[in-house]
Design a protein around this ligand. Structure first.
Ligand code: BTN
Length: 327
């Protein structure tokens, strides 16, 4: 999608028919440019109807991200957030990693970046994170810790707690976590977290914390996802306002990151375990070397490592390519 595609969609977001002539006039471009800019737009989950004599209609218009609405929905003073919104980015994590001014970063003015369309979204373990235009909340923020990177184990688990807390505040209940940081509803993936750390051996360190929350995935996007996925519209039966959820998340994230920096993961351990979808269940854990451990989940430790009771004893696992499956 190019900038003209976005300009056209902004004209069509009333859900009414607009003739090609009127769009071309408003955007001062040719009708061929309009037609080209809308070509293959369905691959991004955008459903445009074209009727001869009537023009174009956007059948599933989105409510665009809006800085004022987002910051008004946050209970924390907006002066704390340096919020940037984009129509399209390859990856919001990449944006923050590539625009990295560590000297200037402190948590009094938190860099936050969100995009309507993420074209190269990255998931954990080298996976792709699939979304369409405006069907998700895809954003990243950067946070500074005085500690070294090695002291930040458990951070990704804590972000899952922030997401669950916000859902609960919106009466979206029965959302669970899957270790380390998948957000599930009924064992279907609702949201994911990707954390990338940079820093000095003795600190400080910086975390780019990226989140993708599914709001209203189109069939074409769903079909690209290689696991059981769900979204908030399926769960609630409503089309939730992303700005509102985003604002609420920003305040919760700031609060939880301050507490995590001060007290570490141990402070959150009990709450995290209460949300774990697999607590007490027998699971398989695949380690980076490919070996598979069978065990019963017995909480997490103070570092956020998962504890398993196996036939040979109780062990904790923290690193590598870990996957969990129901037995
Ligand atoms: C996962 O569950 O594998 C993590 C998914 C994280 C996706 C988000 S979307 C915003 C941010 N930018 C990215 O490229 N990835 C994260």
């Amino acid at each position: 999608m190019n900038q003209t595609s976005f300009s056209i969609l902004r004209l069509l977001d009333d859900g009414k028919f607009h003739s090609g002539v009127s769009i071309a006039k408003k955007l001062q471009c040719s009708r061929a440019t309009i037609s080209n800019s809308l070509k293959h737009i369905d691959t991004f989950g955008v459903d445009i109807a074209k009727l001869s004599g009537r023009g174009y209609r956007w059948c599933n218009p989105i409510l665009w991200l809006n800085s004022d609405s987002i910051l008004e929905s946050s209970t924390v003073n907006s002066k704390y957030f340096d919020l940037k919104l984009f129509d399209t980015l390859d990856s919001t994590n990449d944006f923050l990693l590539n625009h990295f001014e560590s000297r200037l970063t402190n948590n009094d003015y938190i860099p936050v970046v969100a995009t309507e369309l993420q074209t190269n979204g990255r998931g954990r373990l080298g996976r792709t994170w699939h979304t369409g235009l405006g069907d998700s909340l895809t954003f990243s923020l950067r946070w500074r810790f005085e500690q070294s990177v090695s002291a930040l184990s458990g951070l990704s688990l804590v972000i899952g707690i922030a997401i669950i807390r916000v859902f609960k505040s919106l009466s979206i209940n029965n959302v669970n976590l899957k270790w380390p940081n998948d957000i599930l509803f009924d064992y279907h993936k609702l949201a994911g977290v990707l954390i990338e750390l940079r820093g000095e051996i003795l600190g400080p360190s910086f975390a780019v914390i990226g989140m993708g929350i599914n709001f209203n995935l189109s069939e074409i996007v769903k079909s690209a996802i290689d696991q059981k996925a769900t979204d908030l519209s399926v769960i609630t039966g409503e089309c939730l306002n992303r700005n509102f959820v985003f604002g609420a998340l920003l305040s919760e994230l700031r609060n939880i990151l301050i507490s995590f920096g001060n007290y570490g993961f141990a402070y959150f351990k009990k709450e995290w375990t209460s949300y774990h979808a697999y607590e007490g269940q027998t699971i398989y854990l695949t380690l980076p070397n490919g070996s598979v451990i069978e065990g019963t989940v017995d909480g997490v430790n103070d570092n956020g490592s998962i504890c398993l009771r196996t036939t040979t004893g109780k062990y904790s696992y923290s690193v590598g390519d870990i996957s969990i499956r129901l037995k």
